[in-house]
Design a protein around this ligand. Structure first.
Ligand code: DSN
Length: 429
């Protein structure tokens, strides 16, 4: 049995019948979609924030629930005709609460960004101070970047990682909090390969009488499986996307303490959103049902085992990983320092060889975000596909071979053929 087996079997969703129906009606759109399906089938996906949902998750999303307006919440809707919509949203809410052991859940956020916008609005006021992880040390655009609503509406200061360990320096963070006196501390990251100490962050937040918010978009699946400490006992509000390690449809989710329930609900709707996407909420309910099964825990363990295998093989090949490795589903590879290639050029060369990842800044990067010194690699999608440690070690070898021979088109071509063959041995769906 692979980690992709069971109720969450990775699928490309593309049940031949529905694609054939679509092609009859709109051949042009169907053909584009078909080519994307084939791309997903034939490329190794190491983008740490991506995954392949099950056929059941895909099926629920493609339903008549997309036809229904349902502004408001179960039992309190603006529109009539919401009886079944209420049932499906309640199912998603109850499963979300169960997954995280949370007092309250709001399943309506269309995305992680909107979940974050609502969470900020629920806890703090415009102009209030927030201390969050900096984007170039692994944070996220919505954690205070000047071009994001977050950086425009609130006054952010940013913490980073220690220059030696490349891990969060909680003592420095505490000193910064005592100096900056934020109204809220925001934890969570998009490119941080180590465990986050939410208990310590709560203690720091308490010292300055600040709220603690946790954005666990990347690690939600690991948290649900008990393989990463949960922020839920410590944070006032926890946000996540539903499509990364959680392996649901593209969307957002907020869980929080009961005392913040009303504010969170009011800030999602009507605060930042209008009518909820009930077809997506139905799909979230199905994904949350999958996340409550023992197979999901096995899958999350597989993600970590595969990340360890990929990381250790890269290190055996003399490639430097920031912080010297990983505890979770992702790693940051210093390709400029180890292989003399920028993150941008590395990611492009790898795509040419059938391996898709993203360029990423590494801590204290001297290159711009569009160039970068690093790439970010993650194992959630590869694990869903059924790859195990043998495949991950093979992929590490291909990565290094391609990057060491990046000017050699033959090498790229050969690896492309081998990567395609591997994908076909582990088909999606
Ligand atoms: N920053 C995206 C990522 O981690 O890929 C998610 O918003």
């Amino acid at each position: 049995m692979t980690h992709g087996d069971g109720p969450s079997n990775g699928s490309n969703g593309y049940n031949v019948e529905s694609m054939a129906r679509l092609a009859e009606v709109d051949a042009e759109a169907a053909s584009i979609i078909q080519r994307e399906i084939e791309r997903q089938q034939d490329y190794i996906d190491l983008i740490a924030s991506q995954n392949y949902v099950s056929q059941a998750v895909m099926d629920a999303q493609g339903t008549a629930l997309t036809n229904k307006y349902a502004e408001g919440y179960p039992g309190r809707r603006w529109y009539n005709g919401c009886a079944h919509i209420d049932e499906i949203e309640t199912l998603a809410i109850e499963r979300a609460k169960q997954m995280f052991g949370a007092e309250h859940a709001n399943v309506q956020p269309h995305s992680g960004s909107q979940a974050n916008a609502a969470a900020y609005m629920a806890l703090i006021k415009d102009g209030d101070r927030v201390l969050a992880m900096s984007l170039d040390h692994g944070g996220h655009l919505t954690h205070g970047h000047q071009l994001s609503f977050s950086g425009m509406q609130y006054e952010f200061a940013h913490y980073g990682v220690d220059s030696e360990t490349e891990r969060i320096d909680y003592d420095a963070l505490e000193a910064q909090a005592l100096e900056f006196r934020p109204k809220m501390i925001l934890s969570g990251a998009s490119a941080y390969p180590r465990i986050i100490d939410f208990e310590r962050l709560r203690a720091i937040a308490d010292q300055v009488d600040a709220f603690l918010m946790a954005d666990i978009a990347h690690i939600a699946g690991l948290v649900i499986a008990g393989l990463h400490p949960s922020p839920v006992p410590y944070a006032d509000v926890v946000t996540t996307t539903t499509h990364k390690t959680l392996r649901g449809p593209r969307g957002g989710l907020i869980v929080c303490k009961a005392e913040h329930a009303k504010a969170v609900d009011r800030c999602v709707f009507p605060g930042v959103q209008g009518g909820p996407l009930e077809h997506t909420i139905a799909s979230k309910a199905v994904a949350f049902g999958e996340a409550l099964t023992p197979a999901f825990r096995d899958y999350q363990q597989g993600i970590i085992d595969n990340a360890q295998a990929l990381a250790s093989e890269l290190q055996e090949l003399d490639v430097r990983l920031t912080s010297d490795g990983t505890d979770n589903h992702l790693m940051l590879v210093d390709v400029l320092g180890s292989l003399g290639v920028t993150g941008r050029d590395a990611a492009n060369a790898l795509e040419g060889a059938g391996i898709v990842c993203n360029k990423n800044m590494i801590p204290f990067d001297k290159r711009s975000p569009m160039v970068t010194s690093g790439i970010r690699l993650g194992t959630p999608a590869a694990t869903t596909r059924g790859f195990g440690e043998t495949q991950m070690r093979q992929i590490a070898q291909w990565i290094v071979h391609v990057l060491r021979n990046r000017d050699d088109e033959n090498v790229r071509h050969e690896v492309r053929q081998e990567a395609r063959a591997l994908c076909r041995a582990f088909p999606l769906g």
